[in-house]
Design a protein around this ligand. Structure first.
Ligand code: ADP
Ligand code: MG
Length: 615
């Protein structure tokens, strides 16, 4: 409990004691004094807030409703009523703030990835410093069992790291000198000396925390609806209450003494607290629950949209396939195979493309960067670079066509990487990628969830693209696409879908940022390490598993279901109570009690959204 909550609790107890004393004491004056002090102890701040808001021109809020209703009761001489109403209202408020605090805490516990310190070696001693004070290039020491505080590259040491805090999956990964490590992961056994590559503010952990903390500022339609609703609703009920107090007596249907208390009760019940609090809380819970599964959703609006997914468009390389290509053949009439691979690896040495990474890996030796200069990447085509002073071009047939090199066809299936030196064709390397073991399950689960259209887009050649699509059971495939063609294709698909249905694009974040932002919802894979992906996407999957798309959709459906349930419960109970009061069938205490009850139910229901285990 926070200090503020404790204070309210103490006030509740004092107020209750005074109230009970009032019930047992004799004498009208003494009773009034006790009930009124009980009322003031528990209600003074509400009345004060209501007056302050009126001074600021914001009249119609819940404080106003409570103040008017209870002061009205006091004027009518119903002192115990006034005290009781305030008492239960504050019980509700206390419960609500406790529940909100608790769910926020459990989310931050789930997201307990913020590192408290980094170890730095100074005069042969380890000192703990604030991760924010560590500069790029510094060496930090991560002992076994500690959380890695900053992104970096291992200089010395070997260990296994656990990525579960980021991905929700406990997948141990071995790292050694030269390997990169990401903040937020836990070092399991050895000591690691890590050269920091990013400041704390730019680190993976900071990015993720920012993202989750800001997620609730992007409001879902359901939340905006509530805000708008409250704008008309509150003045509406105030007017209704006034009419209720004045008209029936004027027309001779009962006295003022009957209708004025009814109107006041009407005002008290009309406060839509449960609705106001439980809907953002449900979204917040859903976002927190998703992040515990390694799914980062950047806003309630995306959560809401995801539940209406109709079309899922996949990028191939790195999304459905591993993006780690194996070299299956090297063909050259001009030079040795080793020489061709060396030129290729050198020319690609500045690129982040999965193909480049795989070629460097196949080459296996350390790259001497001084041999390479003037590297330019042509997205969707390949790379030009100077290697040992000679102009090397490496990429697909489109690139060869551009520079006028005559490329040879290859009988092997796979992605063909052609190489030209000084504009002259020298040979090609055949590489092939593997489908991720999880991709097939992903497609099947999406089909089971009733996603009607699944489409694969790729810059790769038709034989490769078709083979992958067929293996996975995807009907629609478009191949040989440049990044801009992918955007056009997605725009076409956006026109074809229904109005309510949403189009999701899933990519690996490498050269597909424009498509990610063009789609209704952009999902990037492998948030671990790729900044571009984290920034361009609306949803980031921390691990590389496409099946998490289906998980995200079911989490969003569950969250939306909870939101709808809460709206229905809150409005339903509210409407029936208002009716009961109008016909004099419910008392003010009953009204308040039902309000607190609805709030408790709605908040507990909202917290169910947090539970995403086994989804
Ligand atoms: P995908 O749509 O499968 O992700 P890309 O748009 O990244 O593919 O690339 C399309 C094609 O362009 C690749 O299949 C490859 O032939 C060629 N290409 C792109 N970048 C490179 C590179 N760095 N090196 C060699 N070839 C490349
Ligand atoms: Mg790609």
């Amino acid at each position: 409990m926070t200090k503020k909550q404790k204070k309210i609790l103490i006030r509740l107890i004092v107020s209750a004691v005074l109230f009970v004393a009032g019930l047992f004491i004799h004498g009208e004056m003494a009773e009034m004094i006790l009930f009124m002090t009980s009322y003031l102890v528990i209600g003074w701040d509400i009345v004060w807030k209501a007056m302050r808001n009126i001074a600021h021109g914001q009249i119609f809020d819940e404080n106003f409703l409570m103040a008017v209703a209870t002061i009205g009761a006091v004027i009518l001489g119903e002192y115990p009523e006034a005290a009781e109403v305030m008492f239960f209202y504050q019980v509700g408020e206390l419960f609500q703030s406790y529940a909100v605090g608790k769910s926020r805490r459990s989310i931050s516990e789930l997201m307990d990835i913020r590192p408290d310190y980094a170890n730095i070696e100074k005069d042969n001693q380890l000192v703990q410093v604030d991760p924010e004070d560590v500069a790029v290039g510094d060496i930090i020491v991560v002992k076994a069992g500690e959380r890695i505080p900053l992104d970096g590259i291992v200089e010395r040491g070997e260990s296994t790291i656990n990525t579960s805090a980021l991905t929700g999956e406990s997948l141990p990964r071995d790292v050694a000198a030269g390997g990169s490590v990401i903040s937020g992961c836990v070092n399991q056994n050895g000591v690691l000396y890590v050269r920091v590559t990013k400041e704390f503010g730019e680190s993976t952990v900071s990015k993720i925390l920012d993202l989750v903390e800001n997620a609730s500022s992007k409001k879902a339609k359901a939340e905006n609806f509530i805000t708008k609703f409250a704008r008309y609703y509150t003045p509406g009920v105030v007017i209704a209450a006034v009419l209720m107090a004045v008209f029936p007596p004027l027309f001779g249907w009962g006295a003022f003494s009957l209708w004025v208390p009814r109107a006041l009760t009407f005002l008290v019940i009309s406060c839509p607290c449960a609705l106001l609090i439980s809907i953002p809380l449900s979204f917040f819970g859903g976002i927190g629950g998703a992040s515990a599964r390694g799914i980062l959703i950047k806003g309630s609006n995306y959560m809401e949209a995801l539940a209406n997914t109709e079309t899922v468009v996949f990028d191939k390389t790195g999304t459905l396939t591993k993006g780690s290509f194996q070299v299956t053949a090297v063909h050259s009439q001009e030079m040795s195979k080793d020489k061709l691979l060396e030129i290729a690896a050198l020319a690609e040495s500045f690129s982040d493309h999965p193909i480049s990474r795989s070629l460097r890996e196949a080459y296996g030796k350390k790259i001497d960067h001084s041999r390479v200069s003037d590297a330019v990447e042509v997205t969707g085509h390949g790379v030009h670079a100077k290697v040992d002073g000679q102009q090397v071009s490496i990429g697909n047939d489109k690139l060869m066509e551009q520079i006028g090199a005559q490329c040879h066809a290859c009988h092997k299936t796979g992605t063909i990487v052609h190489v030209a030196v000084e504009g002259k064709y020298v040979g090609h390397i055949v590489i092939s990628d593997e489908v991720k073991p999880d991709s097939e399950k992903a497609i099947q689960e999406l089909k089971r969830q009733g996603i009607r259209n699944m489409v694969m887009l790729t810059g790769d050649s038709a034989p490769v693209g078709r083979a992958v699509a067929q293996e996975l059971g995807i009907q629609q495939v478009y191949t040989d696409l440049l990044p801009e063609d992918k955007t056009h294709r997605v725009e076409e698909l956006l026109k074809e879908k229904s109005k309510k249905g949403q189009l999701v694009f899933v990519g690996d974040g490498i050269n597909d940022a424009p498509v990610l932002s063009r789609a209704d919802i952009g999902i990037a894979m492998g948030g671990m390490g790729s900044d571009a992906a984290i920034e361009a996407a609306d949803i980031v999957l921390m691990d590389d598993q496409p099946s998490k798309i289906a998980t995200a959709i079911s989490i969003s459906k569950k969250t939306l279901r909870i939101v709808r349930e809460n709206i229905a419960i809150a409005l339903g109970v509210k409407a029936s109570m208002l009716l009961l009061v109008t016909f004099g069938l419910a008392s003010m205490q009953g009204a308040i009690f039902s309000d607190v009850g609805v709030m408790v139910i709605a908040v507990l229901n909202a917290m169910r959204a947090l539970n995403t285990k086994g989804m």
